[in-house]
Write a protein of this length. Sequence first.
Length: 471
Amino acid sequence: MNTTITNSLTQKQAFEEISKKLEDIIKADMVWQNEVSLSGAAGTGKTYLTTKLVKKLKEQFHITITAPTHKALQVLRVNLLAHEVENVDTKTIQSFLNIKLVTDFDKGIQKFEPIKSKEKDDTKTDILIVDESSMVSSDIYEYIVKAIEKSRIKSVLFVGDENQLLPVDNQNNKVFEIAHKYRLNKIVRQAQDSYIINIATKARNIIKSKNYLSIKEFFNDESFKNKVQFFDSKNEFYEDFCTPDTWAKKDKVIAGFTNNSVEQHNKVIRNRYWKENNVLNPETFLKGDQVIFQQANVIDEIVVHQNSDIAKIDLTIKCFHKKLEVEYWNCKDLSGRPFKVIDPNSKGRFEMVLNKLAKSAKFEKNYVQRSTKWRLFYSIKNMFIDVKYIYASTIHKLQGSTYETVYIDLTEIQKMNDKDMMYRLLYVAITRASKDIKVLLPNNANKILEEHQASVLDSIDFELDKLNLDF
């Protein structure tokens, strides 16, 4: 494909060229080369430029603004209101394309397919804007192309950041390979004094040049090292997170690399929260806990909770499933909406059951039996929802969201062999913060080992107390 790349555009140049290109595409009314991409790193003014384009173009054309996730869409709507952009359709890209994840019960896989009841939906738009387009997977991109070919979309504007993480299917993002590409490189005046943008820019330049530094060398930079608060131990890290007294209401989050580290952070901070509320050794879920959904909670084809929804628990009951031999929690949020969660002590057993059932289905030669087994597998799997406490999240899950303060745990990231991924994770974590970042970066390897042992001992004490075991 022949590509036209325009580098180092000013805001004014980008505004004029992109608006003219979209107008020309709509007037030509063709079904090829209808896509335009606007890319730029944090601080280059993509959001401002996009809202400025919307304000101008919505006077002539119908515009639909989308994002790949509900979390990114919520951030997008807040930005639109902040820039006084109203009366514009906003929805997830999946909703606009009328697609959803469906299960192939023969192969035991899930994939996007058109919603049958809406296959003949003729909803059209002149300009489809896809925000956070770095998160667009290859299959969703193909559905966008099909929508163009069916004349549902006259033009597409992808807005994203090439320095962020790859799409979920881990393939090269086709959004950045289209013909009409525009890039903002210059940091806007308002962001030039932001130490967060300065750090992000350094990370971006390293991703681009591939001249990798160690994480410690990266932060040993006179231009910002005295502006970042560093912690050498987890205890200090946690103490700061839980300050001042109103810390639980602050817009802050801990960003970690692995699920295990996030689980540990969440457990420690949650115990701290309940201790301050005079509850020692809290059960897994209590009334008043806030959780964030790691997947959609779908009951009888009705989406009760979206992926990334935050819910406050109003009712919890611990139950036992005899056939599966697992403990689980029956929960309801403040609106009375139900969801079920496997108890942490039963997760190993639950995963073993699913793995055994999946293996049996995979090697089943009889089609009817194979389909039945896969249906049972997904019925069990989807009955119980993965949720986490709200205090910590993996960096992957944070992409598309914003917090005032982000506490970044670099303990594991700094040891990664894949340096490109290491710096993309660092870049995403940094750019989630609107005001401050605080970094856990232990200097003493022995201290890391000691803290790990201490956390294991604390976990043992907690479980023994909960089980009322006395030796």
